[in-house]
Design a protein around this ligand. Structure first.
Ligand SMILES: [Mg+2]
Length: 297
């Protein structure tokens, strides 16, 4: 793990960095709270070890800023300071530190406390993964798709590159549930998810948008290329035998709606793009299903 260590004393900083490295981590140094804060604007550090008494921005102020920022990923903070009275320890923890260690410190104790931090951060990462995954199919869920879409849209705007979306909706899926029951319907959705995952392009993200709808995010892809990718997915799905049990094998078609930032007035929003994809899908359904349609204004 890459750990940010903050201390205004050169000697202290060097000692802490050496201990961090001895525990198998990478150590990056900052000489006061403000320097650390500026670094945090450019890169997220999951673990910070900070001194309290420092010029410009002290450790407590740094911690308070980090907690107020309320970033999506957790930042575990160890306060490492010579302020060692009971009331100071309480003030440090109340400011938002996760752990408190007084100087001079025992290197073995800091290493042990890094172990605690690692356990908590591993758990946090696991929970974050679970929160982004669709339980049934294992694909990205709607929350994860939103995040990916937001990042892809920022990148497209920054690099002035096209971004396309494909919304896949299974045709007459309700009949599967009605005829075979919901457990079989669930297995069909899992087979469809596998088929889409296997046949998407490397840089694309596929996720379950909801029900029998799947969303594919295609970065750096214009409308023509997206139509080709969508048509390939449609054909693959139509040709696939979705084997559910020894006796049941189902063939399902899908309708696909496609849109691209190319034909959307700038600045694009996620909502506009999704609305357009939905409109295109509606056209595909109206056109007899099992086909791909692009959004037209
Ligand atoms: Mg100091």
């Amino acid at each position: 793990m890459k750990i940010l260590t903050v201390d205004d004393s050169d000697v202290q900083l060097r000692i802490v960095k050496a201990v961090v490295k001895s525990a198998g981590h990478e150590a990056v140094g900052a000489t006061d709270g403000q320097v650390a804060w500026d670094m945090l604007q450019k890169e997220h550090y999951r673990l910070i070890i900070t001194d309290w008494m420092m010029p410009v921005l002290n450790g407590l102020e740094l911690i308070q800023r980090i907690r107020a920022a309320n970033w999506a990923s957790y930042t575990y903070i160890i306060l490492l300071t010579s302020q060692d009275t009971k009331s100071q320890v309480i003030a440090g923890l109340n400011a938002g530190a996760d752990d408190y260690l007084t100087k001079p410190f025992d290197p073995a104790e800091l290493v042990a406390r890094l172990g605690i931090a690692q356990r908590i951060l591993d758990l946090e990462a696991r929970l974050a993964d679970m929160a982004r995954q669709d339980l049934l199919t294992g694909l990205a869920n709607r929350r994860a798709l939103y995040e990916t879409l937001q990042a892809a849209l920022s990148q497209a705007t920054r690099e002035q590159s096209p971004l396309s979306l494909v919304l896949v909706d299974l045709d007459h899926f309700k009949l599967v549930n009605d005829q075979y029951g919901h457990p079989v319907g669930d297995q069909v959705l899992q087979r469809v998810a596998e088929t889409l995952s296997k046949n998407k392009r490397g840089y694309d993200t596929v996720g379950r948008w909801g029900g029998e709808e799947f969303l594919v995010i295609l970065p750096n892809t214009d409308l023509d290329q997206a139509m080709i990718a969508a048509e390939r997915l449609r054909a693959t799905l139509a040709a696939a035998q979705l084997v559910v049990t020894d006796k049941i094998s189902i063939t399902l078609n899908a309708s696909l709606g496609v849109t691209s930032t190319q034909h959307t007035p700038s600045p694009f929003t996620i909502e506009t793009l999704l609305k357009q994809t939905d409109a295109a899908l509606y056209q595909a359904k109206g056109n007899g299903r099992n086909c791909v349609r692009a959004f037209t204004a």
